[in-house]
Design a protein around this ligand. Structure first.
Ligand code: PLP
Length: 1010
């Protein structure tokens, strides 16, 4: 076999001979992949060409046919790029070459379309898939009307001729055979109607090596589809099927990936509804042809690797494709084309509009006057904290309360509601953009008491009755099948029933409207929910029998809500009608008009966060984001103990600190116990800015001086005083440089700063002495020095050894005070110590605390020495309306206790060290990670080129792409090229692994590797 292949192969050396001999061109030769032809790129000084040399047995007629297509495209194509043909030196479009074995080869020269092959593009995002559909659609449109006798040849790659594969099933066994036979049987079933679909000459081979993509690495677009060697007269829709078959390879969700292609194809070449019915099978049949060919060719030409190249991904797609319900795929394709996803949706709605069925017919024994809708959406405050909505008894109690406050009501709702309780692993799925959740409810819940008798609202037949007994499943579930007078079939589902309902009714039993069919179950038997009935309509059962999804992802909602229409179409209850939700556009518009312009929003498409839980934030669509940004939610977003401590105190008293209260004393005592003895006095305030503002006043009061020394790119708050010591602001956009009394020292960045490497601490600290000298030279003296113990906005800069020690000593010698700004890093975050300054073996005069101590509640503090506090207390009262109030102190105390009880400082140390070491490993594979630094869960990594030049665009790209995959990250630093990692302290090893896993994906993307 091997001898055979080398016998026909054309080498680059031969191509280098052919080009000048036949076409008078000379250039650099690069071999390119090709299934039949041997292809070479020839790059001359001016241009690039594609030289195609046939196999010895090539049919000249077939090649002439391809030339005709190119000529047709050259004259008929409107806005598509197709290869141009160059004639040889004798004026022939097809030239001839004798190889060393005396065999004749047909040679062609085309212009080379610049770009990248689809197979080399990463990521293949939705916009790229869409542009593939556009190009494929344009090509189908342009080829309408083209005719050629050879287009009617027998051709094994033609999906329309895929029957030949039936004879090769012996090449497969086990799972593979099952897959092949499954699709072949579908293909047999559609045979007749498929024959009558419209036909035309199509390209028939938009595989991943025939699609040329632009060189734009952020917004790549398909430029051209090349190689017309497989063009054939067949069902036009086959061309779309082929494009899909290859483009969805290597995608997590192949159905999701197919939809933008179909959508765009349809816009260029409107498909007919009946064509879409076959698309699912046709996509698979192209892959069945491909894997059958591979199996045959593996026997014939074992060394021709190109033939085998797409085998593995083809099998992966076939496996995934088979797992998708054919009907669901069909409805999804219809939706992509703008048709009603379920073909019978309109018919059902028209029928339902004419029905007169009271909701009471479901539970005729219950007397009620009004139906009240309850909001169980992810945004609902009625749902309360996670610990509340997950507690069935508490939910039942709240529902009871609602009922007693409103006499004679039935509580119901939930259709198309995005709900928080589904955002768990049980409802998670991996999309092409990271994990998403099936969190949008497709049924209506009727919050009836356990044992309530349920009656059939319509005539029907028992389709299935089954105990779906997994935790949080439907429990005992009844599905009835109905038929309208016009013959339209549909189903109704009754979930969370009692166990004895399973004996009430049998499969296939006919039921009459009004007949008793089941009872509502209690939480022990109903799948572990507060008692209720889940009622849902379905226009198709897809491939389900006992169960049916009761929830959908937000992305697929258009399709699922079409399959599962609103049950209120039957009842027509005013109170159950869907409330219109404010979309994000309206929120943005209002913000722009009425909130300060300098208030920024994160991300190009802003997120609307509605819930927090531990290390995660949840947006209004039910997407769950791993939060590596928010060190404010120190012990975890909405930590139950902290929330309850605040709620409980708010329920009894909140007032200012002019009255005695246990909370302020206890909080002060517990907070001070975390400090060295010297730091023994605390003032409570409401924000980090306010804390630093007070600290600045203390410095001035203590020293009688005004001049402050601060660090380059430092940020200390938004008040006048804080801005004056924040180089990040006054040296940044809109800033006017350092004020007269502020003196800036260089950022002590040992990686890319003024002094680099180890032992640069004293060199950096020498600048502090220099500034002290300068101030003194003006006849003034220094009031203080303010510095974070890891510089956050500067890009997670760890202070070099001895920096703080030397700096503090210089300041103190001059009579000034040293402020450690722990607003970002304090409260155990650095792992090895509770406060950042403790990493440096110094004791500041003043420590400012903010963000973490209130876990999101506005709480901050200034801790100082007795001497500083006494100097500040010069007789003028320090009054702070909110600082130290009982609610804030209850919250602050609880945060400290949770840090201790949950050993979060230890967690920061362990997970932080694990994450840091994993990032270091990553930096070996991706050298643009120049430096990994930080302590505990206050980490950062810097993106640089080989000369340590900053790469801010890559940092921004990375943060944005990570958001797409469900992870929030932030960038910062002097050159905005540092990714900061400062998650809630409950961040686990598993969270760190997820972060690393997704980072790896993005680091391999084209823009990151460029
Ligand atoms: C180091 C540092 N100090 C002070 C502040 C100001 O805190 P706040 O925003 O609570 O006023 C910040 C805020 O980001 C900060 O990062």
């Amino acid at each position: 076999m091997e001898a055979n292949y080398t016998h026909i192969q054309i080498t680059a050396a031969q191509a280098a001979e052919i080009a000048p001999e036949h076409y008078h061109i000379k250039g650099e030769i690069t071999p390119l992949p090709g299934e039949l032809d041997f292809n070479f790129k020839i790059k001359t000084d001016e241009d690039s060409f594609l030289l195609k040399v046939s196999r010895p047995d090539a049919d000249e007629q077939e090649i002439a046919f391809q030339e005709k297509i190119l000529a047709w495209l050259a004259t008929h194509a409107q806005n598509i790029i197709s290869p141009l043909v160059f004639k040889d030196k004798d004026g022939h479009a097809i030239s001839k070459y004798q190889d060393e074995h005396g065999q004749t080869r047909l040679v062609r020269l085309l212009n080379f379309i610049p770009g990248r092959l689809w197979s080399a593009v990463n990521p293949q995002n939705e916009a790229l898939l869409y542009s593939l559909g556009k190009e494929a659609g344009k090509l189908s449109t342009t080829l309408q009307g083209f005719e050629h006798p050879l287009a009617h040849r027998d051709f094994p790659w033609d999906v329309g001729q895929a029957q030949w594969t039936y004879n090769y099933t012996n090449l497969f066994s086990d799972d593979k055979l099952e897959i092949i036979e499954y699709f072949q049987s579908l293909f047999k079933e559609i045979h007749e109607p498929y024959q009558s679909l419209r036909k035309s000459v199509v390209h028939s081979d938009a595989n991943d090596n025939n699609v040329i993509v632009s060189n734009d690495l952020i917004h790549p677009q398909v430029k051209a589809i090349i190689d017309y060697g497989d063009a054939i007269y067949t069902q036009t829709i086959n061309d779309l099927a082929i494009a899909i078959a290859y483009a969805v390879m290597n995608k997590s969700d192949v159905l999701e990936a197919s939809l933008p292609i179909i959508k765009a194809y349809y816009q260029e070449f409107p498909l007919l509804e009946e064509e879409l019915e076959f698309l699912y099978t046709l996509v698979a049949m192209r892959l069945v042809i491909s894997v059958t060919k591979s199996a045959i060719n593996r026997q014939l030409e074992p060394d021709n690797t190109y033939l085998l190249i797409s085998e593995k991904p083809a099998w992966q797609v076939l496996e995934k494709w088979k797992a998708i319900s054919e009907d669901l795929a069909h409805y999804s394709f219809r939706a992509a084309c703008g048709f009603c996803p379920h073909p019978k949706e309109k018919e059902f709605k028209n029928w339902a509009a004419k029905q007169n069925i009271s909701i009471q017919s479901l539970f005729p024994q219950i007397e009620f006057e009004e139906l009240k809708k309850v909001d169980m959406s992810i945004e609902s405050t009625w749902m309360g904290h996670e610990s509340e909505y997950l507690n069935n008894q508490f939910t039942e109690y709240k529902l009871q309360e609602l009922k007693s406050a409103n006499k004679n009501i039935i509580v119901a709702g939930g259709y198309l509601e995005t709900r928080p309780f589904y955002i768990t692993d049980a409802y998670k799925k991996e999309s092409n953009n990271g994990p998403i959740y099936r969190a949008v409810h497709l049924g209506t819940d009727l919050w009836l008491e356990a044992k309530t008798a349920i009656h059939a609202p319509l005539d029907g037949e028992v389709f299935s009755i089954h105990h779906n007994d997994a935790d949080k499943d439907y429990g005992p579930t009844l599905i009835l099948k109905h038929q309208t007078e016009e013959g339209l079939e549909f189903y109704s589902l009754y979930g969370h029933l009692s166990l004895n309902s399973l004996n009430q009714i049998k499969k296939n039993q006919k039921v009459k409207r009004g007949e008793l069919i089941a009872w509502v179950g209690n939480q022990e038997e109903n799948g572990n929910w507060a008692a209720h009935l889940h009622f849902q309509l379905m226009l198709s059962m897809l491939d389900y029998e006992y169960d049916f999804p009761g929830v959908s992802t937000a992305k697929e909602l258009e399709i699922w809500s079409s399959i599962c229409p609103d049950s209120n179409l039957l009842w027509k209850e005013k109170n159950l009608e869907e409330a219109l939700q404010k979309d994000n556009e309206q929120l943005i518009k209002y913000r722009k008009q009425h909130l300060g312009k300098s208030l920024s929003l994160s991300y190009d498409i802003p997120l609307k966060m509605v819930r927090g839980a531990g290390a995660f934030l949840l947006d209004s669509s039910g997407r769950k984001y791993l939060d590596t940004v928010n060190n404010v939610a120190h012990v975890g977003h909405e930590h139950e103990r902290v929330v309850k401590a605040g709620q409980a105190q708010m329920g009894i008293l909140n007032t200012n600190s002019r009255y005695l209260h246990e909370n302020i004393n206890q909080f002060a005592e517990e907070l001070l116990s975390t400090f060295p003895q010297e730091l023994s006095v605390v003032h409570f305030v409401n924000s980090g800015s306010e804390a630093n503002e007070l600290a600045l006043r203390m410095c001035r009061a203590y020293s009688g001086q005004k001049d402050m020394i601060a660090v380059e790119i430092g940020y200390h708050g938004n008040t006048n005083g804080c801005i004056e010591v924040s180089s990040y602001k006054f040296d940044g956009k809109g800033g006017k440089g350092a004020p007269e009394h502020t003196h800036i020292v260089p950022l002590p960045d040992a990686y890319r700063g003024l002094y680099q490497g180890e032992n640069c601490g004293e060199k950096y600290a020498a600048h502090i002495q220099e500034q002290v000298d300068r101030i003194q030279a003006k006849g003034r003296n220094v009031a203080g020095f303010i510095c974070e113990s890891i510089i956050s906005c500067g890009g997670q800069i760890e202070l070099p050894e001895d920096y703080l020690k030397t700096a503090y000593s210089a300041i103190r010698k001059a009579g000034g005070l040293c402020i450690s700004d722990e607003v970002q890093v304090g409260v155990g975050r650095v792992g090895k110590a509770f406060w950042g300054f403790q990493l440096h073996d110094v004791v500041p005069d003043i420590v400012t605390i903010g963000k973490p101590i209130g876990n999101g509640h506005p709480l901050a503090a200034v801790v100082c020495t007795r001497a500083v506090a006494d100097a500040f207390a010069n007789g003028m009262e320090y009054f702070n309306t909110f600082g130290g109030n009982p609610v804030s102190c209850a919250i602050g105390r609880e945060v400290l206790r949770v840090v201790k009880d949950e050993k979060l400082q230890q967690n920061a140390l362990e997970v932080g060290e694990y994450l840091k070491s994993e990032l270091e490993v990553l930096s070996k594979d991706f050298p643009i990670i120049g430096n990994v630094r930080g302590q505990g869960l206050f980490l950062g990594f810097e993106l640089v080129d080989e000369n340590k030049n900053p790469l801010p665009e890559k940092a921004a790209y990375l943060a944005n792409r990570m958001k797409d995959l469900g992870i929030l990250m932030s960038t910062d630093g002097k050159d905005v090229n540092v990714l900061k990692i400062k998650p809630p302290m409950v961040f686990s090893k598993e969270n760190a692994e997820e972060l690393i896993k997704r980072l790896k994906v993005i680091f391999t993307e084209d823009f990151m590797r460029e």
